[in-house]
Design a protein around this ligand. Structure first.
Ligand SMILES: Nc1ncnc2c1ncn2[C@@H]1O[C@H](COP(=O)(O)OP(=O)(O)OP(=O)(O)O)[C@@H](O)[C@H]1O
Ligand SMILES: [Mg+2]
Length: 141
């Protein structure tokens, strides 16, 4: 996937993202401050059927959300590593446990702890084109 989109179209892009993601569970979102990582992750959560109010993990590194899939309760992690000092701290905070849990993990600022990501992680890149327009690309690194 490599496409430009406006904020208005974000839910359509999120639906397409999930179709393309297949069985992937760990998604690393790269992009500068304000690129739209949190905004897009919220759209991904909405599209996936997360009912709890989706916030930004500003005070905790990890937010856990519930959603239903084929009549089963599942959970999804939204992780923001921005305030991490190093990988050591990520490990102490139990981030690896989330990443290897088999649950969907949507992670901002993966650059803060690149070494803890499983090989099967999908890397997603967001770029600012202008005030309302972003480019989203799913790549392999
Ligand atoms: N097409 C778009 N997609 C996503 N966000 C957009 C788009 N157009 C405008 N925006 C705006 O850009 C801002 C993106 O902020 P957001 O908090 O999502 O960025 P972020 O990448 O998570 O930043 P940070 O690294 O600080 O966590 C929001 O104010 C959002 O409304
Ligand atoms: Mg953010």
């Amino acid at each position: 996937m490599n496409r430009e989109f406006l904020l208005n179209d974000i839910h359509q892009v999120a639906a397409d993202f999930w179709r393309q993601a297949g069985a992937g569970t760990v998604f690393a979102f790269h992009g500068q401050m304000g690129a739209g990582k949190t905004t897009f992750i919220h759209a991904l959560c909405d599209t996936r059927g997360v009912k709890d109010a989706v916030g930004s993990p500003t005070f905790s590194l990890v937010n856990e959300y519930a959603y239903e899939e084929n009549g089963q309760q599942k959970k999804l992690f939204h992780i923001d590593l921005y305030r991490l000092k190093d990988e050591e701290e990520a490990i102490r905070a139990g981030i690896e446990d989330c990443l290897y849990s088999g649950n969907i993990c949507l992670v901002e600022w993966p650059e803060k702890a690149p070494g803890i990501f499983p090989d099967h992680s999908l890397h997603v890149y967001m770029d600012v084109l202008d005030a309302q327009r972003r480019r989203l690309r799913i790549g392999n690194n």
